[in-house]
Design a protein around this ligand. Structure first.
Ligand code: ZN
Length: 111
């Protein structure tokens, strides 16, 4: 059985002490519940609450201003890439014909 890496120092020496995970490197202790909450927080969801993954195709649910141009509502965006570190609140990167590489917010797309 493998244990999750320490959420505090990212070291991989976690062991389990009853219902607690313990990191011997920084002495951080955490529980299954906080571990689940942390993993849940990393999940990126679309406007309907569906989980998004790399390579998904999504539809833009409203007109989006991109510089001088507008990405129209209903535009199909293929093969999205999720950003683990959002850029300016945008957690999706994708290529769209005639726009090139763009950033999107998961709150304005749906699967
Ligand atoms: Zn640690």
């Amino acid at each position: 059985m493998s244990y999750p890496a320490c959420p505090k120092c990212q070291e991989n020496y976690t062991y389990s002490d009853g219902h607690l995970y313990v990191c011997p490197m920084c002495f951080h202790e955490w529980t299954d519940e906080s571990q689940k909450a942390a993993e849940e927080a990393l999940i990126i969801r679309d406007s309907n609450g569906n989980e998004l993954v790399d390579g998904d195709d999504v539809t833009v649910i409203r007109d989006l201003k991109l510089g001088k141009d507008t990405l129209k509502q209903g535009t199909r965006v293929r093969n999205i890439r999720l950003l683990s570190e959002p850029v300016d609140g945008h957690d999706i990167e994708a290529r769209v014909d005639s726009f090139g590489s763009i950033y999107l917010k998961s709150s304005v797309v749906k699967k």
